[in-house]
Write a protein that binds this ligand. Structure first.
Ligand SMILES: NC(=O)c1ccc[n+]([C@@H]2O[C@H](COP(=O)([O-])OP(=O)(O)OC[C@H]3O[C@@H](n4cnc5c(N)ncnc54)[C@H](OP(=O)(O)O)[C@@H]3O)[C@@H](O)[C@H]2O)c1
Length: 253
């Protein structure tokens, strides 16, 4: 009888130790799930305004870095599959809900939509520590008049700040294709650089942390006025090493 109890105990001890080793192994091998490092030392809630190709890919990267993310759409029911595949940190909602949810809000919409978003949500967006502007004015999609108006404001950075008055804007990820985000994130060796432009030091610091957490290296190229260079098809567009971005940005000043 005593021998049976001892054998049971040995088996329980063995199962406990084996289970602990397996759990540690599973945690160590999860690709990019990590507790997010923010200045406050805790995950940031992120509202994605625009959850299409780029917004979906970027929001997915934030979830994988450990941040709660609300993806939004004018038709949130269409986001059911996206959030279901991402687990409990991912949520779907209306644009209003995503703006309310986020400590940080990313604007990833056709540029023509920003005016309306500003009219409806500028005062709420002005309370956010960071509004990440990923959107671009593109003539074939947004029309020549809009692109002309943006140029008259001094380019995409300053134009966005007119449309979202009071928001702490940092332009980022404007020319890294949605299909490339997951491929390039946490690339072995030197990380891919993400040129950023902004005027608010706190917003810039938060953006830099988020960008590093999802596996890229932020490179501040200047104030929001430099945001005019952060669009596809310009020298800073596409995929560059951080040093290349510094070199190109230096020649643009
Ligand atoms: N695709 C890329 O590789 C890439 C890379 C870098 C930057 N960008 C920029 O990111 C922006 C989005 O591009 P995308 O390719 O992701 O476009 P997309 O796939 O067409 O997605 C656009 C998103 O914007 C939302 N949207 C449209 N009108 C809206 C409005 N009035 N209010 C709120 N949300 C609205 C759409 O949601 P609902 O229609 O469901 O509401 C959808 O989620 C563009 O400015 C683009 O230049 C794209």
């Amino acid at each position: 009888m005593a021998r049976t109890h001892a054998a049971d105990r040995d088996r329980r001890d063995f199962l406990f130790i084996a289970g602990s080793i397996l759990a540690l192994f599973a945690l160590a091998t999860l690709p990019h799930i990590a507790v997010a490092q923010t200045p406050a030392g805790s995950p940031l809630k992120i509202g994605m305004v625009g959850a299409g190709r780029e917004g979906g890919a970027l929001g997915t990267a934030f979830v994988k870095a450990g941040h709660p993310v609300m993806f939004s759409s004018q038709h949130p029911e269409r986001l059911k599959d996206l959030v279901a595949g991402l687990g409990p940190l991912a949520h779907a909602g209306t644009v209003e809900q995503a703006v309310a949810f986020g400590d940080v809000v990313a604007i990833v919409v056709p540029y023509t939509a920003i005016e309306g978003i500003g009219k409806a949500h500028a005062s709420a967006l002005a309370t956010k520590v960071l509004v990440m502007d990923v959107s671009n004015p593109i003539a074939r999609r947004d029309g020549d008049d809009l692109v002309k108006w943006v140029a008259e404001q001094g380019g995409a950075g300053l134009a966005t700040s007119k449309l979202l008055p009071g928001a702490h804007i940092v332009r980022a990820f404007n020319a890294i294709g949605s299909g490339r985000l997951a491929v390039l994130a946490h690339r072995p060796g030197e990380p891919v650089g993400v040129p950023i432009a902004g005027d608010d030091p706190k917003a810039i610091a938060v953006a830099q942390n988020l960008i590093r957490e999802i596996g890229f290296e932020p490179v501040l190229v200047g104030g929001l006025a430099m945001g005019r260079h952060l669009v596809p098809g310009t020298p800073l567009g596409g995929e560059h090493a951080p040093a290349e971005i510094r070199q190109i940005a230096g020649s643009l000043r």
